[in-house]
Design a protein around this ligand. Structure first.
Ligand code: ZN
Length: 657
């Protein structure tokens, strides 16, 4: 456990709250301490309010903020005296507690205070740090975890048995802490949950956290339960693309909405999924309540989603309904799937959610493997886990989610995505909630966006093997394919037929036509498995209905592609795949419109470049974004009952009209 404190960096942060921001970020930088919004920190500050009174304020991490990136406005200021009175109440429902916390804030625009706010308030120290450190939960989640924790920390920590987060936990901690804390106390362990450290300064509290978690790591090392030998794994070299697409189809059916399935086949994940005891150790439950909501109760083993659903429904009826009849079932789809061949598949409504599941389970595998080496992994009993899974506050959060974007959970592939219309299509699809795979010959595509819902792949579309590789990567990244935007194409320099080189003709046909045939053909088995039906949008050209002189190869290639799309519409309608084309004209903010091409085309029509740009009935200029928005709409509900349509986007062209 590395202490990341640096005096020079710390000096850049002003005041008590500033240093609270600094050390919170230090904690957030270590994923073995906190992951994706997990953990929380606070500082108690006396401030003078508007009417001149001194007030004790608890600045505690607000919900929606991540410790790694938190800023001062991410801390919610709550009045201390009221929190201390609340802690003495015999009972308080969680929704009531949330209301009390919100209404005692001194800043209306601040985020909602953490559900662990009262717990921070009752600890009589200026700075309080709380993490769900892997090493600590590894030890608490074993059959004799309590003895081990006592052995490591002696009387330095107050130990709290597991209580679900929320008001009851705060109350239990207040009682225990008052009864058991001594002048030797520097922290508190919550069994099956995490650890607290305290201090008079931000540095003291942070240093203690690192030292305490470091002691847990050292203990695991001493017990030979830290660095574990990796079992040799079997990796099949055959394609798993279709297996993944089928799996995602089933998961989406069970969830009732399209889902993203991300496949991780790193050695560690495969080794874990291939363990002889995986069916036992992976079925105990998550490591800490913080992980329950996002990874669900237990992972699915193998590919039988229907069996998982049945088991989940039984669990809901026997465990959940018996205790709380008012609960409605969360969708019974798994969030983690372990398969000896596919490795670790993480499931989410969005690519981001799936990535969070993957990160959490990556740590869970370490925790389980180490606990097992220590004598056995033991998560909470099912009853405690479902109480978190069906927690009022979490259910409220789910309901509050609002209407998701139209393409949430769906995956789109765009060719020629590094620039022009392709890049604009990527943006229009991302804006509608889709996860997008961008293909381009230009390797810049790989770094076009740094976000979990975008995957850029360098791909030569004239190479069938490269297309197969790109599809394999698409399935491993997102699990399926719902939409295909055929945009890549070239527009060669103007050449009359009389002097058209055969090589140019063949090159244009190869890229504009042949590669699209291969793509459509190879994508069809995946599009067939799209939960909402597959969609293909062909970026055609005005040249299809109204060809132009000097553009024989281009016009012929686009016309042939148009015919190909019409036949695909006939052949694939039964598979719920619809194919529509749009015919843009004069879109000049694209890669193919070099200054030279533009000048030549304008000349061919006897116009200036400016006249050529708005040479249409409506006298408007057409942008890449205009085309992209229409392409995205063609994948949406407006066109749900339309296939083989050809829609011009050209400002109105007399030859087309
Ligand atoms: Zn916690």
């Amino acid at each position: 456990m590395k202490n990341l404190w640096n005096d020079r960096d710390a000096a850049k942060y002003q005041g008590d709250l500033g240093l609270r921001v600094y050390t919170s970020r230090l904690l957030g930088r270590d994923p073995s301490l906190v992951l994706h919004g997990g953990g929380n920190t606070s500082v108690k500050i006396t401030e003078t309010n508007l009417v001149g009174e001194a007030e004790d304020i608890l600045y505690v991490k607000g919900s929606g903020w991540d410790l790694a990136t938190i800023e001062a406005p991410g801390f919610a200021p709550v009045r201390m005296p009221h929190l201390l009175k609340l802690a003495k109440l015999p009972a308080l429902s969680d929704p009531q507690m949330v209301n009390e916390l919100k209404t005692q804030m001194t800043q209306a625009s601040a985020p909602g205070p953490s559900v662990e706010t009262i717990l921070h308030a009752i600890l009589p120290y200026k700075y309080v740090d709380h993490t769900h450190a892997d090493a600590v939960v590894t030890i608490t989640n074993t059959p004799n975890g309590l003895d081990r924790i006592k052995e490591i920390y002696g009387d330095r920590l107050v130990i709290i048995p597991y209580v679900m987060p929320g008001f009851d936990l705060a109350r239990v901690c207040a009682e225990r802490f008052a009864a058991e804390a001594t002048d030797k106390t520097v922290g508190m362990v919550l069994m099956n949950h995490g650890i607290f450290s305290f201090g008079a300064t931000a540095k003291e509290s942070y240093d203690l956290m690192i030292e305490l978690v470091g002691a847990a790591e050292a203990y695991l090392q001493k017990q030979d339960a830290w660095i574990l030998p990796l079992a040799s794994v079997q990796t099949s070299k055959t394609s798993i693309a279709h297996a993944l697409a089928h799996l995602r189809y089933q998961v989406s059916q069970v969830a009732g909405v399209p889902m993203i399935v991300s496949c991780d086949r790193h050695e560690k994940s495969l080794a874990f999924a291939q363990r002889d005891d995986v069916a036992t150790i992976s079925q105990q439950g998550p490591a800490t309540p913080d992980h329950v909501i996002r990874t669900k109760r237990i992972p699915q083993i193998g590919r039988d989603v229907a069996a998982y659903k049945k088991a989940y429904e039984t669990y809901f009826q026997t465990e959940v309904q018996q205790i709380a009849a008012d609960k409605t079932m969360v969708d019974p789809a798994p969030r983690v799937i372990l398969d000896p061949e596919l490795g670790l598949c993480s499931v989410g409504r969005t690519a981001k959610a799936a990535a969070i599941v993957a990160d959490i389970y990556d740590h869970t595998m370490d925790i389980i493997a180490r606990s097992t080496a220590l004598g056995g992994y033991q998560a909470l009993p099912a009853k405690d886990i479902f109480e978190v899974e069906y927690w009022d506050l979490e259910q409220a959060k789910l309901k509050k989610g609002g209407t998701p974007a139209e393409f949430t959970g769906e995956i789109a592939m765009v060719t020629g995505a590094a620039s022009g219309i392709g890049k604009a299509c990527v943006e229009s699809l991302l804006a509608r909630g889709a996860a997008v795979v961008g293909l381009d010959l230009n390797p810049d595509i790989e770094t076009l966006y740094d976000r979990p819902d975008f995957c850029g792949i360098t791909c030569d579309l004239t190479d069938e093997t490269a297309i197969a590789t790109a599809l394999e990567q698409t399935m491993q990244t997102f699990g399926g394919l719902d939409m295909l935007i055929l945009n890549a194409g070239i527009f060669p320099a103007s050449a009359p037929i009389a002097s058209l080189p055969t090589s140019q003709w063949r090159q244009v046909m190869n890229i504009n036509l042949d590669s699209n045939l291969v793509l459509m053909r190879d994508c069809q088995p995946f599009l067939k498995l799209a939960p909402n039906g597959g969609r293909v949008v062909v970026i055609g050209s005005k040249n299809v209905p109204a060809p132009g002189k000097g553009a024989a190869a281009y016009s012929a290639s686009k016309a042939a592609l148009n015919q190909l799309a019409r036949i695909a519409a006939l052949e694939w309608g039964g598979d719920r795949i619809r194919i529509n084309s749009l015919h843009p004209n004069a879109v000049f903010d694209t890669g193919i419109w070099t200054e030279e091409v533009l000048t030549n085309r304008a000349k061919a029509y006897g116009l200036t470049v400016e006249e050529y740009k708005t040479n249409n009935v409506l006298k408007v200029e057409i942008s890449s974004r205009d085309v992209a928005e229409l392409a995205a709409e063609m994948c949406g509900s407006l066109f749900a009952k339309t296939t083989a349509a050809q829609v011009p986007i050209d400002g109105g062209n007399e030859r087309v009209i």
